[in-house]
Design a protein around this ligand. Structure first.
Ligand SMILES: [Zn+2]
Length: 397
């Protein structure tokens, strides 16, 4: 079934103009004035397309299209907020592709059995409450007992009651679908048009502290040093080597490192860095940590301390939904591949309570979170048509 790519284009560019700066980047940060303006505009747009629409207390925009029968909803969505100086497509594309599917159903006067709900989430990219806040609260996995949460909420003019009022009954949802840009270069490099996502990688972060001995840079001979930084450098290369041997989709990154005392003429006595690991298979993460600990145990001159900071398990998409999406691509003769997502998404939170499916479209150069983020209209058209057919297929009773 053909969608109207010109209409989709017009809508995404219209909302994309809110928060746009001189560099062409978009800053529609969660809870900002720009976000609220975009949410109001989006609500009007949803209503113009026949959706009964509300903005919940935490800023999620929810549009509903009635179904023929009294059944749980097919839900589609992604996030409306952006990072600072972000691009046009991250998040927004999933919302506007969903809207275009609904407008096409309206044009063709097609009624579905299930109601369809379209959700634009707030605060996926982050706020003081952490990433994917909008979807976590929405589906009810926000940890309500978290200490200090209430204080953080106050900074946004929110209360615990607002969270409660923003949480839906997950039994009213049959499944959740999210179309998103890949944010990596795999699809483009391999000339594949659609990524059918089979899961979203888990994230584990450790803080690793290495203690050696700070000393005078001029008077301490090389063989008498306990330089925590050269030890860290050695360990980082080891980590890189093991990580490469594990193979894709496993990735590990050290993007933050601090050196103490941090003076040009003092041998570093202490180094601390954060190691982040992502994979679909928990065993690989444990394997790397075991190897690191085994290796550091042989380094008698240094003391090592490992602190687990974050441990979020991977989630799988629903196998039936994944098969349906793949089958639609096959029938439409669109090049596709089954792949894991290295980035977290709202769908990952939704998966805690409902079956999910995800469709990736190519990102030019694998770039995102930048004004240079780009996906061609042709790829968007393909992806949106696959999304629409997925909805219709899963609507069957
Ligand atoms: Zn995103």
């Amino acid at each position: 079934m053909n969608i109207d790519i010109e209409r989709l284009k017009k809508n995404i560019i219209k909302i994309g103009s809110i928060g746009r700066d001189d560099t062409g980047g978009i800053s529609r940060l969660a809870f900002s004035e720009e976000y609220n303006k975009a949410a109001e505009e989006l609500k009007r747009l949803f209503e113009d397309n026949g959706l009964k629409t509300k903005i919940d207390p935490i800023g999620n925009v929810i549009g509903s299209r009635e179904g023929d029968k009294d059944l749980p909803s097919i839900m589609i969505g992604s996030h409306l907020d952006t990072v600072k100086n972000g691009g046009l497509y991250d998040g927004a594309l999933g919302i506007f592709a969903g809207l275009e599917c609904i407008s096409t159903l309206n044009d063709k006067d097609i009624k579905t059995n299930h109601p369809i709900k379209l959700v634009a989430f707030n605060a996926e990219e982050g706020s003081e409450m952490g990433g994917t806040f909008g979807s976590r609260v929405f589906i009810g996995t926000q940890y309500l007992k978290e200490e200090k949460l209430e204080n953080k909420l106050t900074n946004y003019g929110l209360s615990m009651n607002d969270l409660k009022e923003s949480t839906i009954n997950s039994e009213d949802v049959k499944l959740f679908l999210e179309l998103h840009i890949e944010q990596g270069g795999y699809l483009e490099q391999n000339n594949i048009k659609i990524g059918v996502v089979n899961g979203i990688a888990g994230i584990t972060r450790y803080s690793i502290n290495i203690k050696g001995e700070a000393n005078h840079a001029g008077t301490t001979p090389m063989d008498l040093r306990k330089d925590a930084l050269t030890m860290a450098a050695d360990l980082l290369l080891k980590i890189d080597h093991i990580s490469k041997s594990i193979g894709s989709p496993f990735v590990s990154t050290v993007g933050q490192l601090s050196i103490k005392p941090g003076a040009v003429n003092v041998i570093p006595g202490e180094v601390e860095f954060v190691l982040e690991m992502r994979d679909m298979d928990r065993k690989n993460i444990d394997y790397l940590m075991d190897e690191i600990i085994k290796y550091t145990n042989t380094m008698d001159e240094f003391q090592f301390k490992f602190d687990l900071l974050i441990d979020k398990p991977n989630v799988n998409t629903d196998p039936h939904i994944t098969n349906v999406i793949a089958e639609i691509c096959r029938n439409k003769r669109i090049e596709f591949d089954i792949m894991a997502s290295g980035a977290g998404h709202d769908a990952k939170e939704m998966a805690a309570k409902v079956p999910i499916g995800m469709i990736f479209v190519p990102s030019k150069g694998g770039i995102s979170h930048s004004p240079l983020e780009f996906t061609s209209w042709e790829d968007i058209e393909n992806g949106t048509e696959v999304l629409l057919e997925t909805i219709l297929n899963l609507d069957d009773l």
